[in-house]
Ligand binder design. Structure first.
Ligand SMILES: *[C@@H]1O[C@H](CO)[C@@H](O)[C@H](O)[C@H]1NC(C)=O
Ligand SMILES: *[C@@H]1O[C@H](CO)[C@@H](O)[C@H](O)[C@H]1NC(C)=O
Ligand SMILES: *[C@@H]1O[C@H](CO)[C@@H](O)[C@H](O)[C@H]1NC(C)=O
Length: 613
């Protein structure tokens, strides 16, 4: 195995931190893991990374020899590339068929011993007992630096001679180029993208123009793993396994596989991990069922009998596209487990950005703004799971800048950085800290977002994170007829896109909100009630003669936290809400009883819910 060079070992004793950040294999500057250093990567002109091929073999000599021959026939550009072959042992539970098994194992070892690998080290790991595919994968690799990449290859695969040139170009572009780097990317799959796990394994549909794209699903037929996410996965798996958790993810076809195959396969664990972190894999779309790695789908753990190759190998002679052309990361499309396009990293920090983001939306009628100020991460994540269930897609979250807000953006939920947004409209004085400031910033941000939405012909709903929708307010049937709509005592507000609402919600009106908000800064907590957005704008709208419909909050939503609420009593309600003072534990308990707590201990959705697009 590749390990730290001996003369660096004293460093380990001096400082573990230095050890982690040190780049064992390079004489260049010590780079750090991408996430811990926002200026990563250093302008390395020619990164000297280590590439290890991990072949997972068992008892299929013919397949293994085809696989190794294809690997040896690839162009490695004079780079050193190591080959590690992990041979699982046969199952020793039936004494009557031992001899043929022993013979086959011997033939495989003889073949591997005689196999010439001229590009780097060849290491053979022959197991003493059968461990199965899950341990073969999981134990194949522990990266020893952030410049180690593993290419995991099951023995019934065959690779194109072009694969390494492609992978190297890709690593240069998406790992070592700061402007194209994303901490959310866990690797590269060389197989043909095939199915959508959230849609019963349906065939994946993609346009012919896309060459590279990002997709959450791991590919087991030729997967390149990036070091940091793989290490994170191993640690996560350890914890989950030790605590007796199981990788169930409702709505995913892979969960069915797990229920059938259990610990014989590893992908359900990895898929669950990827969902909890919001990570993505790079895939190619090489057209005509072509790929840089194909599976012959020989009989084994995954197939009862041989099925034959899943796609065609792309080789030089049939090359009709520029394989090495790499687009910038920002122009690639990202897809989730439903193969629904997502837009990670959308942080809106000005009115202008909001406008261009609104005009990029596919569905253009109504829109939902969610205020996350004072809302715990778990409650926000639970709310987002319900948006997925209800197929609410036109939403934006707003909150003060924080690591958790930006993490939601990284996962594909658009956010507004309220501080920057308020500054962008010239209200710098409100961005200072202090009592009431957060609430006042929220009021101002909502007022401006509504203005922009109405101007862009969107009807807009505004809600606080201390409520949970149980119906899709954005659907046509839910739209109120009036220009404005409020439910008493709830921070829920609706403004219709109409000529008359636009005539009211103009600069003059916005200024009045600002003046009112200003008069509330620094006031003590007795003004708490009046710090309500709905309270302030309802009053101002009424003064301006606007048409507002008001409903009783109890006819619209069900309050939790006291008395009794049941699943049947909330059936005809649009939402569930609670006091902002309520503790997280109680919120979770109450929502749990109503079957509305939909996140696990990693704060990720317990289900993947796909809708027709
Ligand atoms: C790259 O690293 C290898 C060891 O991993 C070392 O032998 C080689 O000299 C390095 N090459 C350069 C150009 O730094
Ligand atoms: C061993 O395997 C053979 C053939 O697969 C089977 O017929 C036999 O019952 C097995 N014996 C035991 C003890 O499992
Ligand atoms: C890094 O990526 C950007 C965006 O794709 C590109 O313009 C730039 O040339 C790349 N830098 C290098 C050194 O390749």
């Amino acid at each position: 195995m590749v390990g730290p060079k001996r003369h660096f070992l004293p460093l380990i004793l001096i400082s573990l931190a230095v050890f982690i950040f040190y780049n064992f294999h390079h004489s260049s500057l010590p780079p750090s893991f991408p996430e811990s250093n926002p200026t990563f990567p250093n302008p390395i002109r020619s990164p000297n990374f280590t590439f290890v091929i991990k072949v997972l073999a068992f008892n299929r000599l013919a397949a293994l020899s085809r696989c190794l021959r294809s690997l040896a026939a690839a162009d490695y550009l004079s780079d050193r590339v190591h080959l590690h072959i992990h041979i699982d042992h046969f199952v020793s539970d039936n004494s009557s068929h031992l001899d043929p098994k022993l013979l086959e194992a011997r033939r495989i070892l003889d073949f591997v011993d005689g196999f010439h690998w001229i590009f780097g080290d060849k290491v053979v790991h022959y197991r003493t007992a059968n461990v199965g595919l899950q341990a073969q994968w999981l134990e194949a690799w522990w990266p020893t630096s952030e410049h180690h990449f593993a290419f995991v290859v099951e023995d019934d695969l065959e690779v194109s001679s072009l694969y390494y040139v492609f992978v190297k170009t890709l690593i240069f572009n998406f790992y070592y180029n700061a402007s194209n780097y994303s901490p959310s990317i866990f690797g590269v799959s060389l197989q043909r993208p095939r199915f959508v796990p959230g849609k019963h394994g349906n065939k994946l549909q993609l346009d012919d123009k896309t060459r590279l794209f990002l997709y959450q699903l791991v590919g087991t037929w030729g997967q390149i793993l990036f070091p940091k996410p793989w290490k994170e996965f191993r640690l996560w798996y350890d914890e989950k396994k030790a605590k007796g958790n199981r990788p169930f993810l409702e709505g995913m076809v892979t969960t069915g596989w797990y229920k059938k195959m259990g610990e014989r396969i590893w992908t359900p664990w990895f898929i669950k991990f990827i969902q909890s972190r919001g990570y993505f894999n790079i895939y190619t779309n090489l057209l005509h069922d072509r790929a840089l790695s194909v599976s012959h789908r020989d009989a084994g753990v995954n197939y009862g009998k041989t099925v034959g190759p899943d796609s065609n190998l792309l080789e030089e002679r049939s090359l009709d596209l520029n394989l090495l052309e790499m687009q910038p990361l920002r122009s690639l499309k990202w897809f989730d487990f439903c193969f629904r396009e997502v837009h990670p990293g959308k942080v809106v920090s000005s009115l202008k950005e909001l406008g261009s983001w609104l005009s990029s939306l596919q569905k253009r009628d109504s829109f939902l703004l969610v205020n996350l100020f004072g809302v715990s991460d778990a409650v926000a994540r639970n709310l987002l799971c319900h948006f997925e269930r209800l197929d609410i897609r036109n939403y934006i979250l707003m909150g003060p800048p924080s690591a958790s807000l930006f993490d939601l953006a990284r996962r594909g939920h658009p956010v507004i950085d309220v501080d920057k947004f308020i500054s962008s409209v010239g209200l710098h004085k409100f961005t200072s800290q202090g009592s009431n400031f957060e609430a006042i910033k929220g009021i101002l941000a909502k007022t401006y977002v509504i203005k922009k939405c109405i101007e862009n012909r969107y009807s807009v709903w505004v809600m606080d994170g201390s409520m949970l929708l149980t119906s899709n307010l954005l659907s046509q049937s839910e739209a109120p007829n009036d220009d404005f709509f409020v439910a008493n005592n709830l921070e829920l507000f609706y403004a219709k896109s109409s000529f008359s609402s636009q005539k009211i919600w103009v600069d003059g009106f916005v200024s009045k909100v600002v003046v009112t908000a200003e008069s509330l800064t620094g006031k003590d907590s007795s003004t708490h009630d009046r710090l309500s957005f709905v309270y302030i704008v309802t009053k101002l709208l009424e003064q301006n003669g606007a048409r507002i419909r008001k409903v009783d909050e109890s006819s619209y939503g069900a309050k939790i936290g006291s008395g009794s609420v049941s699943e049947s009593s909330i059936r005809d309600k649009k939402l569930v809400y609670w006091s902002t003072e309520m503790e997280l534990d109680s919120i979770q308990k109450w929502l749990g009883e109503l079957n509305l707590w939909s996140i696990d201990t990693d704060m990720s959705c317990t289900a993947v819910v796909c809708h027709e697009s």
